[in-house]
Design a protein around this ligand. Structure first.
Ligand SMILES: C[S@@+](CC[C@H](N)C(=O)[O-])C[C@H]1O[C@@H](n2cnc3c(N)ncnc32)[C@H](O)[C@@H]1O
Length: 253
């Protein structure tokens, strides 16, 4: 019955019924979020860094964490990725992603899953996308550590909102206990904690400055290969610093 009703609906009606959309997808000529506050998003963002992703992914496997309506997952398929899995913790976004991929005839698997549960995938991917999710997490370092431990086989495309200083200064290997001034330097690695709201979104928790993002990536064992625009990094698996504690085991609920 539900399927019959859906068959009678226009694409516009179906898009509206699945909304509101964060990704402005194009589905059979219909835009899903034409009035997005960031413009034609994420297409305008993608344009600024797509050159760091090979035109031909040659069948590489891709995991898109926090895939939303699947804009980037679809782009990876268009670049000849092999298996593409998109996960998101919000079922509403996954319904959008499934609809958009089906309508566009693109074969992507979507699964309702939080980044904290990725150990359950028991699979490493050639390329992991972790775009626009870190600042939505109450446990950002845990997420990066879990990514390193369980799913990043080779490379990760990473994006994080930043605020504060856009430059990175030198940081000494150690500071005396009496040191105070270094913490007031704008380019010291920082995470701003949002107790209430930022941009009317109650899920924005920790917003790093540029030095903070880069230090966290390194600290979780990732090597920065490219930084094509302020918020976006292409990183690859490196060595985890020796003093890192083991990644906590998250027991399945
Ligand atoms: C700002 S959107 C970014 C969407 C997309 N990755 C992009 O870059 O355009 C954040 C997405 O992360 C998802 N998300 C938030 N917390 C998550 C979690 N713990 N695990 C998986 N996805 C999460 C949200 O549901 C949302 O789809």
């Amino acid at each position: 019955m539900a399927q019959q009703m859906q068959d009678c609906m226009t694409i516009e009606d179906q898009v509206a019924a699945l909304g509101p959309w964060f990704h402005n997808m194009r589905i059979r000529g219909v835009e899903t979020s034409p009035d997005h506050f960031l413009g034609d998003y994420p297409a305008i963002k993608w344009k600024t860094f797509k050159h760091v992703v090979p035109d031909d992914l040659g069948g590489r496997s891709v995991l898109d964490i926090g895939c939303n309506a699947g804009f980037y997952a679809q782009e990876m398929k268009r670049r000849n990725a092999g298996r593409v899995l998109g996960i998101d913790s919000d079922p509403r976004y996954l319904r959008q992603a499934t609809f958009a991929a089906t309508q566009n005839g693109i074969d992507i698997e979507f699964r309702l899953m939080s980044v904290y549960d990725i150990a359950q995938l028991r699979e490493k991917f050639d390329l992991v996308l972790f775009m626009g999710v870190l600042y939505h997490l109450r446990y950002p370092l845990l997420a990066l550590d879990l990514l390193y431990e369980h799913v990043v086989g080779e490379e990760m495309l990473f994006q994080c909102m930043q605020r504060g200083a856009d430059f990175v200064g030198p940081v000494e290997p150690d500071y005396d206990f009496q040191e105070w001034q270094i913490f007031d330097r704008p380019d010291y690695p920082k995470l701003f904690f949002v107790e209430h709201r930022f941009s009317d979104d109650p899920t924005n928790w920790f917003i790093p400055n540029r030095a903070g993002v880069e230090a966290m990536l390194r600290s979780s064992g990732f090597v920065i290969e490219a930084n094509p625009e302020r918020e976006v990094y292409l990183v690859r698996r490196g060595q985890r610093p020796y003093m890192n504690e083991a990644v906590p085991r998250i027991v399945a609920r």
